[in-house]
Each structure stands twice: as C-alpha cells, then as structure tokens.
Ligand binder design. Structure first.
Ligand SMILES: [Zn+2]
Length: 121
C-alpha cells in the first residue's frame, strides 16, 4: 500500500496518519525527507484520533466542476485535540456561518473523492 492509500484507509476509520520525527517529535502530515523543524531524517508513523474543533472554514456555494451536487458545503480546517496539527477537509450541509460556529466539535468520518470528510461530532 502506498502512503496515500494508508492515509485513506486510516481516515475511513476516523483517524489520521502522521509522521513523527524520531529526533524532536514534530508531527508531519505528509511524508517529508527531512524534519521541517530540526532537519533530522528519522520518522515513525503515528496514528492520531481524528477529533478536534473547527478552527476556520470557507463556505462553498459555487462549487468546482463535478462538485455541484455537494453544495452547499464548507471546506473546513480542523484543529486536532492533543496536537497543534490542523487538517483540512469537507463538511456537507453548511450554508451559512450560523450552521458552523468556530470551535464546533468535529471529527473525521471518511475519505472519498472530496478528500477527508469531516462531520460535526
Ligand atoms: Zn525533528
């Protein structure tokens, strides 16, 4: 399985695959050759619970081609609990800011053509 396939399988379980620097502990979302923080080359996979709070988002009312059927939706940034990591994903059914106050608890629930799927908890 490629790293991308692993990420997808793990997202479908509601979790997030990250790459932790074995030297300084910094977490990377994507594979890197060198740690972005300390430059070390050693990494280990760490799987985090995909649960956190909405940090920010953009409501999409005019979707790109192929995504019209999903509108309205929001492209959200989820700050994970117990980590400084922020991941972006897709949340369905968000039409106005009243639908999604910043800080709303949310979690990863899957992965498909839209990318990482995030739902309110
Ligand atoms: Zn490091």
């Amino acid at each position: 399985m490629s790293v991308e396939e692993q990420l997808i399988e793990i997202a479908k379980q509601g979790k997030l695959l990250t790459h932790k620097c074995t030297s300084c502990g910094y977490l990377h979302l994507s594979t890197a050759y060198y740690c972005l923080k300390c430059g070390s080359k050693g990494f280990e996979d760490v799987i985090l619970e995909g649960i956190g709070a909405i940090a920010t988002y953009t409501i999409i009312t005019v979707a790109p081609a192929g995504f019209e059927k999903y509108t309205p939706y929001a492209f959200v940034v989820l700050k994970l609990d117990n980590s400084d990591l922020r991941i972006s994903g897709f949340m369905a059914g968000i039409a106005t800011p009243a639908d999604l106050p910043v800080g709303t608890r949310a979690k990863i629930t899957g992965f498909d053509e839209r990318g990482i799927i995030i739902e309110k908890q």
